[in-house]
Design a protein around this ligand. Structure first.
Ligand SMILES: Cc1cc2nc3c(=O)[nH]c(=O)nc-3n(C[C@H](O)[C@H](O)[C@H](O)COP(=O)(O)O)c2cc1C
Length: 250
């Protein structure tokens, strides 16, 4: 991408727009081509996908066809990864028995943790019930893990931690690809972080290899009616802060 010069900005349909500066790496052409042999989707399509992807937590009971799940996983593995070692691992869970077992085990552990934190018993039950409904009500779960099998080994902790972090970062990018693919192909999805807190339990429940380090659960399904985020203007948990709050320019 060509380095941009600073500019004044005006607000366009999708927020900030760079005025009078080149903001695309290729020559803008009506068909979306950016160079010989390269096709580019339209800007509108791109922003629709990026901004249309939102976390959805309630699903219809309809199953997801396995080829569609494979399509999502294929998108996931096209993410960039450190040294292209592809440290991500996925376990696709579609049977009700496996979903129930995972959710029951996680729920039991969560009750204990919340109880130790002194959380009110009724609140604990409510949270566990919501989580259980989400996990068991998803048409499919993708349990995402990291494996260091093909990553570099270092004798010192500093570099080993960096290598671990690279594997985790790469896996998060694969998850984002998966979420975007779900959006593109008509599915709803949400990332759940619970496995990070109980990795052994997840490995055991799903009978995962020892070398897999569970990181996340992605719940998938066709969106239930009214399951989307609240419309802008009302309290929308997922609105974004202005760039000025998060970006430094030097
Ligand atoms: C690392 C990570 C962990 C998350 N964990 C959870 C979770 O445990 N439960 C949940 O409901 N959503 C979880 N989310 C989804 C976020 O709440 C959601 O992405 C955020 O509120 C922004 O909303 P949006 O995805 O609709 O844009 C997680 C997202 C990420 C990236």
């Amino acid at each position: 991408m060509q380095k941009q010069q600073r500019s004044t900005r005006t607000s366009g349909p999708f927020g900030d727009e760079i005025n009078g500066w080149r903001h695309s790496a290729g020559t803008e052409q009506p068909g979306g081509a950016i160079g010989p042999g390269q096709e580019r989707v339209t800007d509108e399509w791109f922003w629709r996908l990026i901004r249309g992807r939102r976390s959805v937590r309630r699903y219809l009971p309809d199953p997801i066809a396995p080829p569609l799940l494979e399509k999502l996983l294929t998108a996931a593995v096209w993410a960039p990864s450190a040294h292209n070692r592809q440290p991500w691992r996925f376990c696709v869970v579609t049977t009700q028995a496996a979903k129930n077992d995972l959710s029951d085990r996680m729920g039991r552990r969560w009750r204990v943790d919340l109880g130790a934190d002194g959380v009110d018993a009724a609140v604990i039950e409510r949270r566990v019930r919501i989580s259980h409904a989400r996990i068991t009500g998803a048409a499919a779960l993708v349990a995402v893990s990291v494996s260091l099998e093909e990553m570099d080994d270092y004798p010192d902790r500093r570099r080993q931690e960096a290598e671990w972090m690279m594997a985790v970062q790469s896996t998060a990018l694969a998850c984002q690809n998966l979420l975007l693919a779900a959006q593109q192909f008509g599915l709803a999805a949400c990332w759940m972080c619970a496995p990070l807190f109980v990795p052994e339990l997840v490995r055991h429940s799903l009978d995962l290899p020892e070398s897999w380090h569970p990181q996340a659960l992605i719940t998938l399904g066709y969106a239930a009616e009214g399951s989307g985020n609240k419309p802008a203007g009302r309290r929308d948990r997922a609105q974004r802060l202005p760039l000025a709050d998060r970006v430094l320019w030097r």
